[in-house]
Every structure is written in C-alpha cells, then in structure tokens.
Design a protein around this ligand. Structure first.
Ligand code: PGA
Length: 255
C-alpha cells in the first residue's frame, strides 16, 4: 500500500496565477516519487484549471476537495455537490476537518451525511477526527475520538466502509497550525486507539485494512517518524503544503 500524502491548501492562495505556480513547482520536482500517492486539495475555484493543467502531463498526483455538500443538486445556495466535484476530476474529499467543525458549525451528524454521500458518489473520503487541547487536558481524548467516529460512520455498513476505501486522519486540534506536532509515540498510540474503535464497531480485519494518516504541523523534518516509527499510512499536510520545497521535502523524507 502506498503512503497517502494529502496537501490541504485551505483558503490559499488568493489568485489562480499563484495556484498554478504552486501546482507547477510541485509537479516539476516530483517526478521521482514512487512510494506515495499524493493528493492536492486546493480551494474549489481552482479545481477546474488544475485538472486541465494536470491532463496530458505525466503527473503522479490526484485532486481532492476540502469539503462537499451531501445532496446531489437543488435549491441549496452556495453549496458544491459530489457529482460536481467528480465532474471536475476530484477523487478525494476531506470531511470533518476541525476548522469546519469550529468555524462552520459542522456537527458529527453533518459529517455523517457528507461521509455517506461521498461513499455513494464513489469518491474517497478523508475523515478527520481529533481532540482539542482542553479535551486532552481533561482526559477526554478517547471519548471524543469514539464519539466522532461512531457518529461519523453511523448507518454505514461494515462492507460499505470496507470497499469504499475511507481513510481516517488523526488530527489533534492542538497540533494544527501550531508548530507543535504530536510526537511519534503518541501518534502511534492514537492510531492504535482508532483501529480499536473501528474493530469494535465493525471487525478486526476491517480495522486493519483502512488507511490511517496523521495531520498537524507536519514538515519535512518530522514526517518520516509518523510512517516509520508510528506505523501510520500517510500524512495530511496544511501549512507546509503551500511551500513547494517543504512539501517535496516532506514527501521525499518518507519515500
Ligand atoms: P497544518 O494543518 O499542517 O498547517 O498544521 C494540517 C491540517 O489542518 O490539515
């Protein structure tokens, strides 16, 4: 199984020109990447151009969206549906990111609706879960992760979860954008906990097969430990994915 490296550009950059430049510099220096599956998640408005840009060149990466709406179409002002994303060449969708939970009121119930819709649309979901600093200090990490996962996968059958290739990203909120990454040993512990939760809900074989990745202040100098020491299957990279040198350094360190 290849390592999954997801670049979450969040609400950056502000122009199409800059987005193309960023895409281009990653593309140019990324020819020798073999062991990683790289997914770039730019803002919605750049997806179309970047998928054109991607066509015809021997690029190794895939496109993903940072969010989606659960209905296919209709009177839902401002929303972007999964058929629209698929039409643009998106293969992955991030769901339940802590910034969406915090700033846009996304509840576990909303995450569940989106996750089901992503699976039905046959795209690959990257489901983000993670505790805040306060929850960690109060000893609530396990409870929070359990609740986020149980509610996110509610009414999704074991076989559907299994065949849909859902990926879970452990993203402790206190580590995101703080330069204070979760250490490798702790990430390994959390990874095992998440697999245990999935095993209790579904089954042990299913809990061993899905991809589990880490996100939160990942950079070139700490990336390798999450794969080699913590035994995780990839990374979700925010800030460092906006700097081509840092992002490529991150990928190369785990190749
Ligand atoms: P960061 O963001 O790498 O800037 O900490 C990670 C994320 O939010 O997915």
């Amino acid at each position: 199984m290849k390592n999954l490296i997801v670049a979450n550009w969040k609400c950056n950059p502000t122009t199409l020109k800059e987005a193309k430049q960023l895409f281009d510099s990653i593309k140019k220096s990324a020819k020798n990447i073999k062991k990683s599956e790289v997914v770039l998640c730019p803002p919605f408005v750049f997806l179309k151009e970047l998928s054109f840009f991607k066509k015809g060149s021997l690029v190794f990466f895939k496109l993903g969206a940072q969010n989606c709406f659960w209905e296919k179409f209709g009177a839902y002002t401002g929303e972007i549906s999964l058929p629209m994303l698929r039409d643009l060449g998106c293969e992955y969708v991030i769901v339940g990111h802590s910034e969406r939970r915090k700033y846009f009121g996304e509840t576990n119930e909303i995450v569940n609706k989106k996750l089901k819709a992503i699976i039905d649309a046959k795209l690959t979901a990257i489901l983000c879960v993670g505790e805040t600093q306060e929850q960690r200090n109060n000893g609530e990490t396990e409870k929070v992760l359990k609740e986020q996962i149980i509610k996110a996968i509610k009414n999704i059958s074991c076989s559907k979860f299994h065949v849909s290739n859902v990926c879970i990203a452990y993203e402790p909120v206190w580590a995101i954008g703080t330069n204070n990454p979760c250490d490798h040993e702790e990430a390994q512990k959390m990874g095992l906990l998440i697999r245990k939760i999935i095993s209790e809900i579904y089954s042990r074989p299913v809990s061993q097969k899905f991809r589990l990745i880490y996100g939160g202040s990942v950079k070139g100098d700490n990336a390798a430990g999450y794969i080699k020491e913590a035994g995780l299957n990839g990374l979700l990279v925010g800030g460092a994915s906006l700097d081509p040198k840092e992002f490529l350094g991150t990928i190369k360190s785990i190749e």
